[in-house]
Design a protein around this ligand. Structure first.
Ligand SMILES: Nc1ncnc2c1ncn2[C@@H]1O[C@H](COP(=O)(O)OP(=O)(O)OP(=O)(O)O)[C@@H](O)[C@H]1O
Length: 676
């Protein structure tokens, strides 16, 4: 097929004999040699993966290897087994410890909103007094209606109390607006600030933070979306409720005592029961909510992965597997939710029951006081309403969680923005070295990846790193950009340890073109412009020309304004890769890092992309990782990596003559025969 048309058909032999397009493709792909290369890789993988931990996790690790580049980008490609109740509860407890967050700190964060909050507080105070005043008027109205034998008195009093209700209505309207409106406004502002700060804090975290499954995409996005709002409730809403409740209690109980202390005392003696039950009810509902949420975070992951990998799932016909996975994942939150519902229903029932019991007690004792002539009806009703309404309101105190502060407070182990006292060496030519570097990924501390690796990268030269899959080549590239810190040994660029470098400056002098280019769902122009802050259209076009993609872009109806779609799906692999190369080149990097940049491409695209890369690496320090050894034959130095060490180094023909591992790899790819 060529340009959307079938140009040749036939059996393999016939097409080979024809020496047409198919013949070209077969030749370029070296079909036979690839098969043998794969076999060698599998053998070496088995050899390398011999630690007990590795064997336990075989399926996960194999998946991980297949998805390695995806894993590095999305940091979340493996569906882990569903957690048990105990694990979830343990995690919740750990979270709670972290959540011990003084309210004073939240209030400190609200400093710019103090004015708004002050108005809100006044509104809350007035609102808190409205309920006891209402009960006072309500009791008086009932008393008035008991005097149907005095029509004039009835009219006068009912007019007066109706006016009082009207005044209360207006006061309540303004007070509620002041309380809710101002607190909401200040809360919204605080949430926006918190989200911004949290997102900034996330961007500072080191790569290993995202390797941890506790910090998967689903969990972090939910923290940003939901937990920030919770803090809003605490800063504004809760403060309003506390003030409102405080006024409610003081004014309500005060009035009740003034009107009739005996009945007030009896009812107040029972009201702590309402408060306690109400509080327990709230706790159980809130507690169940957070437990269920934590459990649902796991299910969210499955949904997210299913949706974003829909095509792969459909192609593999694994819909049933994911359905089952999701069903299993739902089991734990469902169990927690059921337990919680029963518990909270019991709490609600008990508190309602106690309330009616208090009404019964109040009426019984009130009627006895009326009978004995100590109280009249109005007095009894006023005390009863004032106390009971107050007690109901006081039970509304809220409990909120603050897990968002976990992120905000976390100090990144490798913070690219923390550059105080860090070095900015000049000029940067690209001389770099690894000295006895030992490294394992923090997420997998038992598996050594680099075991005393030494290598040197010379300025202006192209250094190729080859070796079997899993030998640690991509890890070298990650460490050079300081995405992780080494366990021992040193990595130096321009003679300065990367830990001493201003990290933003270090990274801004490097550009990586990986196996799977990551494009953003923006236009081609915007994607290229991401490479360099404030670049001009002219620079973008120059970079696109250097990357051999300018002509293609201008042939599109929307040219540079063409949107590439989510993850660049609206472009072919080769086109995506060239856009990524343009994005790398626009940075004018001093060190160009190529991590199997052409291995995902078909032979024709590979040629075009390889030409672009050759052009890009001329005169520039380049570290190139390649599986297809034909692409790095001309490198100034080839380093052969095996099990986290460099075992051979030299130029192509020197290494061939050595007849070592490189020779073996090349033989497998029949490069020698091609050369001859
Ligand atoms: N983020 C990570 N967390 C844990 N282990 C990882 C991570 N990234 C890579 N690994 C593991 O480190 C080992 C070395 O990986 P690396 O990507 O450096 O190998 P490679 O030589 O580049 O392989 P390939 O040629 O297949 O790309 C592999 O076993 C891999 O599973």
């Amino acid at each position: 097929m060529k340009k959307g048309e079938i140009v040749e058909t036939g059996r393999h032999d016939e097409l080979i004999a024809k020496q047409g397009v198919y013949f070209g493709l077969v030749q370029a792909q070296e079909l036979e040699t690839k098969k043998s290369e794969k076999k060698v890789e599998e053998e070496e993988e088995e050899e390398l993966d011999s630690s007990p931990r590795f064997q336990d996790d075989t399926t996960v690790l194999i998946d991980e290897k297949k998805n390695k580049s995806h894993l590095r980008n999305s940091k979340e490609s493996i569906i882990k087994p569903i957690k048990t109740d105990d694990e979830i509860i343990k995690e919740e407890m750990e979270k709670k410890l972290l959540q011990k967050m003084p309210l004073s700190r939240i209030f400190k964060m609200c400093k710019p909103e103090y004015g708004l909050m002050f108005i809100g507080c006044i509104g809350a105070g007035i609102n808190g007094s409205v309920v006891p005043l209402f009960s006072l008027i309500f009791a008086s109205i009932l008393q008035v209606f008991s005097r149907t034998d005095q029509p004039d008195e009835l009219r006068r009093s009912s007019n007066l109390w109706s006016l009082c209700f009207a005044i209360l209505a207006v006061v309540s309207l303004f007070a509620s607006f002041a309380q809710l409106g101002m607190f909401m406004l200040s809360g919204e502002r605080l949430t926006k600030r918190l989200r911004k700060l949290t997102f900034e804090a996330l961007l500072k975290q080191e790569a290993s933070y995202f390797d941890d499954e506790k910090n998967g995409t689903g969990v972090l996005t939910s923290k940003l979306a939901v937990d920030a709002t919770k803090v809003e409730g605490l800063s504004g809403g809760l403060m309003g409720v506390i003030i409102q409740t405080g006024f409610n209690i003081v004014v309500g109980f005060g009035l009740a005592f003034v009107v009739g202390w005996k009945l007030a005392l009896v009812i107040i003696a029972t009201s702590p029961a309402v408060v306690i039950v109400g509080f327990l009810e709230m706790r159980s509902v809130a507690g169940v909510g957070s437990k269920t949420r934590a459990a649902y975070e796991g299910t969210g992951k499955i949904v997210q992965q299913s949706v974003s990998n829909m095509q792969t799932i459909a192609a593999l016909t694994r819909e049933e597997t994911f359905k089952k996975l999701y069903q299993n994942a739902l089991r734990v939150p469902h169990k927690i939710a059921i337990k919680g519902s029963l518990l909270s229903s019991f709490g609600v029932g008990t508190s309602q029951g106690i309330l009616y019991f208090i009404w019964a007690l109040s009426f019984w004792y009130g009627s006895r006081l009326i009978k004995s002539g100590e109280y009249d009806l109005k007095q009894m009703l006023r005390v009863m309403f004032a106390v009971v309404f107050t007690a109901i309101d006081a039970a509304k105190a809220k409990v909120a969680a603050l897990s968002i502060f976990e992120i905000l407070d976390r100090k990144s182990l490798i913070d690219p923005t923390d550059n105080e006292g860090k070095e900015r060496p000049t000029p940067i030519l690209g001389d770099s070295s690894f000295k006895s570097v030992c490294f394992n990924y923090p997420a997998r501390p038992n598996v050594s990846i680099l075991r005393g690796l030494d290598l040197s990268i010379y300025s202006g030269k192209t250094i190729a790193l080859v070796g079997s899959s899993g030998s640690g080549k991509s890890t070298v590239v990650s460490l050079l950009q300081r995405f992780y810190d080494v366990n021992s040994g040193e990595i130096e660029v321009e003679g300065v340890n990367v830990k001493q470098w201003n990290l933003e400056y270090l990274r801004s002098n490097m550009a990586l073109v990986g196996q799977e280019p990551v494009l953003f769902d923006l236009t081609i122009e915007e994607n290229i412009a991401y490479g360099k802050e404030g670049c001009t259209r002219e620079e973008i076009e120059i970079a696109a020309k250097e990357a051999n993609i300018h002509n293609f872009i201008t042939s599109l109806p929307d040219g540079y304004n063409t949107r590439v779609g989510e993850k660049g799906t609206q472009l072919s692999g080769g086109q995506k890769q060239r856009v990524a190369i343009a994005r790398a080149l626009i940075r004018s990097p001093k060190i160009l890092l190529l991590d199997e940049a052409t291995s995902a491409l078909d032979s024709e695209s590979e040629k075009v992309v390889q030409n672009a890369l050759n052009k890009a690496s001329k005169g520039r320090t380049t570290l190139a990782i390649a599986h297809r050894l034909s692409t790095i034959q001309n490198a100034d130095l080839i380093l052969v990596c095996k099990k986290g060490k460099i075992v051979e180094s030299g130029k192509h023909f020197d290494l061939i003559n050595q007849k070592g591992l490189y020779y073996e790899l090349v033989t497998k790819q029949t490069l020698i025969t091609k050369k001859n």
